[in-house]
Write a protein that binds this ligand. Structure first.
Ligand SMILES: Nc1ncnc2c1ncn2[C@@H]1O[C@H](COP(=O)(O)OP(=O)(O)OP(=O)(O)O)[C@@H](O)[C@H]1O
Length: 260
């Protein structure tokens, strides 16, 4: 079975904009993939189209070698966890309950029917997700009582609690200071080490340089895909962002420095 989440010849619209144009990408389990590209390049629309949240206009999406449409909604939700760009968490909810939402259980609290009864496995998954995101210490606090960075971690814990095969995150380090951003990258790497396929939209190219696999979008198309060394070249970045950069090797990692 192919351990990938992949798209072939994908076209998708955002409103009336043809935001994703003939995109073919493949994201592997056990890899940290970053989707990069300038504002408006189509990054969010690509992820949403692959998740079926914005129905694609044409093309194919396959999850673990099966067409996405062949998966039931419940199975799909178990395999794919999504953390949107702007997660509107209920401000008066406790962190623990937010994380529990990731299990598809406990939803009665929000006026919905529970999908299934709460189990010991649910309890363990919630505890585990909070441990791995360092949110256990404020499990009983309300979202309104957290800093932006702490709330972001709670949202990440909710996604991890689902124990998905693929974790898809739209700008998970947005608005985070350097230390918090590096923490999030560390949490994501730990998921990858457990075999999860992590796919993150990242704006900070120096964080993206920590990924295993990069997809650079420009104008709705793939401008380059491959390892950081293959994608993060001055030529590619000039073509995508219109900015001259130097790419410097710093230890094992590449560092991108704008030179204008
Ligand atoms: N609801 C909409 N109606 C019309 N055009 C839209 C809509 N949403 C997005 N677009 C356009 O689609 C294109 C792709 O948007 P998308 O949000 O996918 O880009 P992005 O790469 O994620 O951008 P950013 O980095 O700014 O979040 C942009 O040109 C955007 O203006």
């Amino acid at each position: 079975m192919s351990q990938t989440f992949a798209a072939q010849g994908l076209n998708a619209y955002a409103g009336d904009a043809h935001a994703v144009q003939d995109v073919s990408v493949s994201f592997a389990a056990g890899q940290l993939s970053a989707v990069i590209g300038p504002n408006g390049a189509g990054k969010s629309t690509l992820l949403r189209a692959m998740l079926g949240l914005t129905p694609p206009h044409s093309g194919a999406v396959e999850l673990l070698g099966q067409p996405l449409a062949a998966w039931t909604r419940t199975e799909r939700a178990r395999q794919l966890a999504y953390l949107a760009q702007t997660e509107a968490l209920p401000l008066d909810a406790q962190v623990r309950d937010i994380v529990a939402l990731g299990r598809g259980a406990g939803e009665w609290k929000w006026g919905l029917f529970p999908v299934r009864p709460w189990s010991e496995e649910d309890e363990a998954a919630v505890l585990d997700a909070m441990t791995r995101t360092d949110t256990l210490a404020f499990a009983e606090r309300r979202i309104s009582e957290l800093s932006g960075g702490e709330a972001q971690r709670a949202a990440l814990a909710r996604a991890l609690a689902a124990r998905p095969h693929f974790l898809i995150l739209d700008e998970p380090t947005n608005h985070l200071d350097l230390a918090y951003a590096l923490d999030v990258m560390r949490y994501l790497r730990a998921e990858v080490d457990r075999g999860v396929g992590v796919i993150a939209v990242l704006h900070d190219l120096n964080l993206a340089a920590r990924a295993d696999h990069l997809v650079l979008l420009h104008g709705g198309r793939v401008l380059a895909a491959g390892t950081p060394a293959q994608v993060l070249t001055p030529q590619n970045l000039q073509a995508a962002y219109g900015v001259r950069v130097e790419v410097v090797q710093a230890g094992e990692r590449l560092v991108i420095v704008p030179v204008e």
